[in-house]
Design a protein. Structure first.
Length: 622
């Protein structure tokens, strides 16, 4: 049994009867020829050695070519594994079962449910049936409690615990392995797949399209192992699904087979004439010419539009998988969806969601066209709110709607996770959480523009110069003649061919100056000497102590007062109707002024139409 490992760090040879074991990952490169798994006296064309396939794991054990060899391109042409029999399933569909083994939500599957894992495995199989030039089919036989075994003629995808993985001989950097078993003529009868509960080098498994940068792409790994279970060996170029090594974490598969794998599945499993729909793959039907063709259901006219209840969805369901209430149609009994959609489980329902997992922005002319808890603002449905806590982190409730805001400057709100500009911090004051910096005599100024800090739009204070050092623009003092730094303190450093008087400790500085390492400290552990001095606040702010014992720059403008006759700050028609009353013909809806609904008055007018007010705007013939 040859075990394929992440980044080619680990390699083992463990042989079992009629099985060859692999594991995987892929990235990018040029197209290449695919290679089958072989049995029954196959040998390398040039060397004559017995082989199981052309390209093996790192080191090339059991194969004719080592994928890490500089001559891999020449080897896989001149020393191909030939003869014997290529492994394949003689009888389709390929039937398989799933044994999650209670691992959902555990170890590397934290946050993943059994239904999510089940759907992901189905998706991994389905990618091999998508090409119209193939007749490959698979059939899910449901969940099982049986362990993997090459003697039971059952293909089981198994999710072992940590101890079970170790007992099975799995290494920490092996992502998964397959056991494609066949008779001496290559006819496959079993092909179990086993997954590592804690994929080495990653925080766990992620499922497309929500694979984080520190996770392994589960569907990419599963689809690769399924390729082995169909009879396909490794390839050398990085842009193929069957690439021999795993190169890193993060999303790596867009659910579309590369051309190399399309060639493999269409050559090995060509289409055959069908007589019934059951002989075709997922989302396909048998046409009058005995050919399996696409059979996608019709898209619901309300799909991905805003809704309040299921009644708004023309037979679909009103759900909020991404926090926005939208209409979703149900998947067919065979988990089929319209083109551009995929079947997913949410709140116990199988629904068709966009391939990218998120509905497009809903355009609108009235609140009635938006989802529950949303407001029509600027022609788009946005989430309505009355306070910052109702918004996503990094957004603030402004004029009754959640708005993503940029990093705040001095005096700007930093509530609800909003970040502050470089050199500023978030402070709690009587006016809420605001971005600011310390000020006053004796404060150690480290804001933008201060020597030792990042530049302030290319400018620096106190005679310092803005220089690009290690990709950052930093305020530093240039060294004098003969590398002299006596004027500023510190020692002359040459960084990126530029001089700077730099310090490591306060003792390197003069006259009570401090070593400011805010820009370069984390990189080179050096800074620039800066004199402690009165740090003035910008216009419109004053230096005050908000009760924390530290003086900071606080806006000198008074906080908005409801009833002062001015609609400003965070006031809106919902929070302060006295100052923010709506004009004639409008009413306050979800904290914003919207046109008053006239639906039901018998006249089709304003922004009404057959979709927003069928009572007043019925279609002809209804």
């Amino acid at each position: 049994m040859k075990r394929y490992v992440m980044a080619c760090i680990q390699q083992k040879l463990l042989f079992r009867v009629l099985c060859l074991v692999f594991c995987m990952f892929f990235t990018s490169a040029s197209a290449w020829s695919w290679h089958p798994l072989r049995i029954g006296g196959a040998s390398c064309k040039r060397d004559g050695f017995r082989c199981d396939t052309t390209i093996g794991n790192a080191g090339g054990g059991g194969a004719c070519c080592d994928p890490q060899s500089p001559s891999i391109g020449t080897c896989e042409v001149q020393n191909v594994c030939q003869g014997g029999y290529a492994k394949k399933w003689a009888n389709l569909p390929m039937r398989w079962s799933l044994n999650v083994n209670g691992m959902a939500g555990q170890a590397g599957y934290t946050g993943l449910s059994t239904s999510q894992i089940e759907t992901a495995v189905k998706t991994s199989f389905d990618v091999w049936t998508k090409p119209s030039c193939t007749g490959f089919q698979h059939q899910y036989s449901g969940q099982t409690t049986s362990p993997p075994s090459i003697s039971d003629n059952k293909t089981i995808l198994y999710f072992p615990s940590d101890s079970q993985w170790a007992q099975l001989g799995g290494g920490p950097y092996t992502l998964a392995y397959a056991l494609p078993a066949s008779d001496n003529q290559g006819n496959m009868f079993d092909a179990d797949i086993v997954f590592n509960p804690r994929p080495g080098g990653a925080s766990g498994w992620g499922i497309h399209p929500n694979v984080q940068s520190n996770q392994q792409d589960f569907i990419a790994t599963a689809a690769h192992e399924i390729g082995h279970s169909m009879g396909f060996g490794h390839t050398a170029p990085k842009n193929t699904l069957m690439y021999y090594a795993a190169l890193g974490n993060g999303p790596s598969f867009n659910l579309q087979l590369p051309q190399d794998e399309i060639n493999a599945v269409c050559t090995t499993y060509p289409p055959t004439k069908c007589t019934s729909n059951s002989q075709c793959g997922v989302c396909k039907k048998c046409d009058g010419n005995g050919k399996c063709v696409d059979d996608f259901p019709t898209r619901n006219s309300k799909a991905c539009l805003g809704c309040q209840t299921d009644a708004d969805c023309a037979g679909g369901s009103c759900l909020a998988p991404n926090g926005r209430y939208r209409c979703f149609q149900a998947c067919t009994s065979s988990s089929c969806c319209p083109q551009g959609y995929k079947c997913a489980n949410f709140s116990g329902k199988s629904i068709c969601v966009p391939d990218k997992n998120v509905c497009p922005t809903v355009t609108c002319s009235a609140n009635t066209q938006c989802g529950k808890g949303e407001t029509c603002t600027g022609g788009q449905c946005v989430k309505s709110c009355s306070q910052n806590s109702e918004c996503q982190p990094g957004s603030l409730c402004q004029a009754g709607v959640c708005k993503q805001v940029p990093a705040g400057g001095i005096g700007d709100s930093c509530a609800n996770g909003v970040t502050c500009q470089s050199g500023l911090q978030c402070y709690t004051t009587s006016k809420g959480s605001v971005c600011s910096r310390v000020c006053g005599t004796g404060s150690s100024t480290t804001g933008p523009g201060t020597p030792g800090s990042l530049c302030r739009s290319g400018a620096c204070d106190s005679g310092a110069t803005c220089k690009t050092l290690i990709s950052d623009q930093v305020c530093v003092y240039s060294c004098g003649p003969q590398y002299d730094c006596s004027q500023y303190g510190g020692t002359c450093y040459i960084i990126d061919n530029q001089s700077s008087c730099s310090c490591k400790y306060d003792s390197d500085c003069k006259n009570g100056a401090k070593c400011n390492k805010s820009a370069m400290g984390s990189i080179l552990n050096i800074g620039t000497c800066v004199t402690q001095q009165a740090a003035p606040c910008p216009s419109g702010t004053t230096c005050q102590d908000p009760g924390t014992g530290t003086k900071i720059c606080i806006s000198s403008a008074p906080a908005p007062v409801c009833g002062d006759g001015t609609c400003n700050g965070t006031e809106n028609c919902g929070t302060c109707a006295k100052d923010c009353s709506c004009p004639s013909g409008q009413s306050c809806q979800s904290n914003t002024c919207q046109a008053t609904s006239t639906c039901g008055n018998g006249t089709c007018d304003g922004t009404e139409n057959c979709g927003t007010c069928a009572k007043d705007c019925p279609c002809p013939g209804t």
